[in-house]
Design a protein around this ligand. Structure first.
Ligand code: PSZ
Length: 282
């Protein structure tokens, strides 16, 4: 059976004991990361670990080990569980204490991490997916990878109930991000995406994509798109650690561009894949 990391111990799931008063469970009082594993290696590990520590700091949780120790624990978990292609999920909560809103003064944070095998969603990468527009009703600190995902969960559910894969969230007319992804439009060869402010998660895949645009000579404008502008784009796509780059070919039933994967989207997907050392799969 797979190993689970609990604080600094590798244990079996049956032995995992989480308090009924864990603040992650009661308040969503914690933060998390998902790190991709390709060929047994943690992909862009440093960026994910840095963001984990940054999210923790923003909510005043102190991670109980150094980044180097944390990295080693993640790596050991992947190795023990013999994960080839998959992901690590890791979260830290403020810990367990008699229920009260303000921070307890003497409790220790609780870390849990586990792994899972995940294949690359190649079909979706090639054929794209459909999305809906939905008002972004989340709080104003979307830069924190918080365990409080109710707004995201409600949005994703709405998309699924409408036969769609993702919700394109907007505050008023302005598109922010997806329920679990970042959003991009391409018009006349220029890539548009929301700037990394408090209104979106500064995606690690997003950073990789912006780096690829630089390498490929694609101009990037980190200015938010309106809904109307999005519908008028030549290409539209989303990104996340697990999804990588998935074309969104329709929003609310409206075709974007040709209604198929766009040429620059494909170019970015191939450049992304080339960095994974997995050979040509897309
Ligand atoms: O397994 C999955 O479906 C995953 S793994 C990571 C995500 C989904 N999404 C992360 C995410 C997010 O939750 C929000 C609200 N915005 C953007 C992203 C993309 O961030 P990265 O690229 O760091 O995964």
């Amino acid at each position: 059976m797979d190993w689970i990391l609990h604080n600094d111990e590798f244990i079996q799931e049956v032995d995992l004991k989480i308090s009924k008063e864990d603040r992650g469970y009661q308040f969503g009082d914690g933060i998390y990361e998902v790190i991709r594993v390709y060929g047994g290696d943690l992909y862009t590990a440093k960026e994910h670990i840095d963001r984990f520590y940054a999210s923790a700091e923003k909510v005043k949780i102190v991670v109980p080990y150094t980044k180097d120790v944390f990295h080693k624990l993640m790596y050991d978990l992947v190795e023990r569980n013999e994960i080839n292609n998959g992901q690590v999920y890791v979260q830290i909560t403020r810990g367990a204490f008699m229920r009260q809103h303000h921070f307890p003064s003497d409790t220790s944070p609780v870390v849990v991490a586990y792994t899972k095998s995940v294949e690359r969603p190649l079909e979706l990468m090639r054929n794209g997916a459909h999305a809906i527009f939905l008002e972004d009703i989340r709080w104003l600190r979307c830069d924190i990878k918080s365990l409080n995902l109710l707004g995201n969960v409600m949005a994703k559910q709405e998309a699924y109930e409408n036969g769609c894969y993702e919700a394109v969230l907007h505050r008023g007319e302005v598109i922010t991000e997806g329920s679990s992804s970042n959003m991009y439009g391409i018009k006349d060869g220029i890539l548009y995406t929301h700037p990394a402010t408090n209104l979106i998660l500064d995606g690690i895949t997003r950073r990789t994509i912006l780096g690829l645009c630089d390498e490929l000579g694609i101009t990037v404008q980190q200015t938010p798109m309106t809904k109307d502008q999005a519908l008028d784009m030549d290409e539209f796509f989303m990104s996340s650690t697990t999804a990588e780059i998935i074309p969104l070919t329709q929003i609310d039933g409206n075709k974007i561009g040709t209604g198929e994967r766009g040429t620059l989207t494909e170019k970015l997907q191939k450049a992304f894949e080339a960095k994974l050392n997995l050979g040509v799969q897309i």
